[in-house]
Design a protein around this ligand. Structure first.
Ligand SMILES: [Zn+2]
Ligand SMILES: [Zn+2]
Length: 325
């Protein structure tokens, strides 16, 4: 199970009432941040999911509206008492960028481990999470992310009891490790049922629609996608700048058969993203126009489910939590 929250929805510059586009993921007790533009730590503070358990930061690319919040965030995470390593993932150039950031954040009580990824890579995140990337099409190298949270196989307590496995060893078998009971080896196979599908989240921003991303996010329960331009007649601008219109983002979501779509990364010139929802919904009805605080759960049994009370959150441009199909 994964909880997800949009921290902001802006492109290029933070605006009063609209933080830059980033999202926070909660898996087990750990947090993973997707992008970190200027002011992200303030947006995080407003949402109360905490800082100390931040385990990884996944950066789409190195444009300032996606990374300039890092120095302040590192200090705030340090003040919150984190001591375990922080993983930072990003495209080519991330190591050099982090070196510059560390000039501003030199003394931290935790290690910052930076790893540059390229299309096709998968790395292990917290709580069994698998983090995979594909390369998108922007003006500089950009990565889209897929976060898969696997579900454990069903555990059969009757079989465990029949094999006389003490209860305090059950969790070992559930994890997939063998146990030895009075000289007998009990394998996980003997007490675990069939494989069960997990849940998956996609995050694609600052990119044109493209095959690599469509493949990466195929079948995810929730896709967070940029929709920098709302109007269909802005498609030439979207092409020239490596972005998408609402309709293009919705088309990609439909073609990738995702469960639900959140749009974000709205041009600063777009005052009321919500009022353009139809441009996306005509193609893909299960779309929500993002706003700060929009949140939901990807549950093993039921897939994407918006948090109750979403509509009470302040919108940034769109004030109602429109949840389609
Ligand atoms: Zn951007
Ligand atoms: Zn960009």
């Amino acid at each position: 199970m994964i909880d997800v929250m949009l921290l902001g929805t802006g492109a290029m510059v933070p605006l009063p009432g609209r933080w830059l586009s980033s999202a926070l993921v909660r898996v087990g007790s750990a947090l993973v941040l997707l992008d970190c533009g200027e002011g992200t730590q303030i947006a995080m503070r407003e949402r109360h999911w905490g800082f100390r358990r931040l385990d990884a930061v996944c950066l789409s690319h190195l444009h300032a509206d996606h990374v300039a919040g890092l120095p302040g965030l590192l200090h705030t995470v340090a003040n919150a008492g984190k001591t375990s390593p922080l993983l930072v993932y990003g495209p080519e150039g991330t190591i050099e960028m982090l070196r510059a950031v560390r000039v501003l954040a030199q003394y931290l009580p935790f290690d910052v481990v930076v790893r540059e990824l390229s299309g096709g890579d998968t790395v292990a995140g917290p709580d069994g999470l698998a983090i995979s990337v594909a390369e998108g099409e922007h003006r500089i190298p950009v990565l889209a992310y897929r976060l898969d949270h696997p579900r454990g196989r069903r555990f059969d307590p009757e079989r465990a009891e029949a094999l006389e496995v003490p209860r305090d060893r059950w969790s070992v078998l559930q994890r997939g490790d063998a146990v030895v009971v009075e000289g007998r080896e009990i394998t996980p196979e003997s007490v675990l049922g069939e494989e069960r599908p997990g849940v998956a989240l996609g995050f694609a921003t600052d990119t044109r629609p493209c095959d690599t991303i469509r493949e990466l996010v195929t079948g995810v329960d929730l896709l967070i996608s940029e929709g920098t331009y709302a109007r269909d007649d802005e498609v030439d601008r979207a092409r020239a700048r490596g972005h998408m219109t609402f309709r293009e983002a919705a088309t990609q979501a439909r073609d990738a058969r995702v469960g639900h779509l959140w749009l974000t990364h709205f041009s600063a010139a777009m005052e009321h993203p919500e009022s353009w929802r139809a441009n996306a919904a005509e193609v893909f009805p299960a779309v929500t126009i993002g706003y700060a605080g929009l949140s939901g759960t990807l549950a093993f049994d039921s897939g994407y489910r918006p948090f109750a009370g979403n509509a009470m959150c302040d919108g940034d441009g769109g004030r109602s939590a429109e949840v389609g199909g």
